[in-house]
Design a protein around this ligand. Sequence first.
Ligand code: NDP
Ligand code: MG
Length: 383
Amino acid sequence: MKKKIAILGSTGSIGTQALEVVSEQHEFLEVEVLTANSNSDLLIKQALQYKPNHVVIADESKYEEVKNALDPHDIKVFAGSKAIEELMDITEAEIVLTAMVGYSGLKPTIRAIENKKKIALANKETLVVAGELITELCVKNRVDLIPVDSEHSAIFQCLVGEQMNTLDKVILTASGGPFRGKKRNELMEVTRAQALKHPNWSMGAKITIDSATLMNKGLEVIEAKWLFGIEADKIEVVVHPQSIIHSMVEFNDGSIKAQMGLPDMKLPIHYAFFFPQRVSSEFKRMSFSDINQLTFEQPDKETFRNLGLAYEALAQGGNMACILNAANEIAVEAFLQDKIKFLHIAEINEKCMQQVTHISKPSLQDYVETDMESRRFALSLLS
Ligand code: NDP
Ligand code: MG
């Protein structure tokens, strides 16, 4: 029996790599659902190749085009963001890979959990926005949340067979991004193109900017708290520019385990699809003779303020990480449109955290309203 997979955000960086994994493992995996925001050309091409039962294009203006192309092939097409959620009620997929970007992943992930789908979680913002709610929902529905983010996959792999009460800390590695070593005065005028040049990973635009500001590592600290149920003082970040060690865990006897490999997102995607089995792959192997050195340094929290803001959001709890996430989505988009400077991103995030209404025990509706309020406030800071 093949495992049936839904890929939410199939046209993106993670989505397309997930489809490569499906191609390589076609004896064991098949695609049940593909979704995209507006890239209809690629979505149609993927659907014709992988023959899912259901396809969703969030942008309703593209519906006719996608439907006309896929109807003759017996592929059902839906449109609109709501349709992605609703599809979770009817699809036979057993694994849902959440590879949409930002807050848009939240509601479909909730719906997938309610339908007892196993979640391969790439969309870290879901846990940043509503980690408490999502983890409670997973427990209630007995659903596994398998991390796809490379650092969290590394930690997850290091923890297999261990008892959580022996864990002293987790150590997230960070590449440092394209501006590692730079100071604030050198970052005043950096351009969009410079920020989009990540040294080790090729990813979607939003996460690439987040990597340059260290927001990505901040989001990952919050993601780690919820995935592994550990407090912020047990989550450390170390800069490791070669991106070979994907992360580490330290136990109460002082022993440290690390998971290593070449920087290739296909490996954690493949691992999440097959967990708890390990299945052989043809991925390029790492050779120690090609690696001269592995180096480590402390993150520069003065220059890259977003990392500190993430720890601050965890300390304040409630909806604070949701406020930070929404502000950051607006700020990153504005930076990508050349409306603000690089250093303004963290300034906008910080102002939103100070001004948007803090709620200590938010409901889902509170998160939805917080997201809107924080976006509105962030937008007001742009003009
Ligand atoms: P991309 O921007 O490359 O792809 C995003 C995907 O989501 C696309 O298919 C896009 O469709 C779709 N999408 C975007 N917005 C919406 C929306 N509002 N409604 C429905 N669909 C939408 O992102 P990445 O693949 O880089 O990242 C995806 C997630 O995975 C992010 O949360 C990121 O943080 C996380 N991640 C990514 C890594 C990477 O290596 N790329 C590594 C670790 C985590 P369309 O193409 O039509 O716009
Ligand atoms: Mg990561």
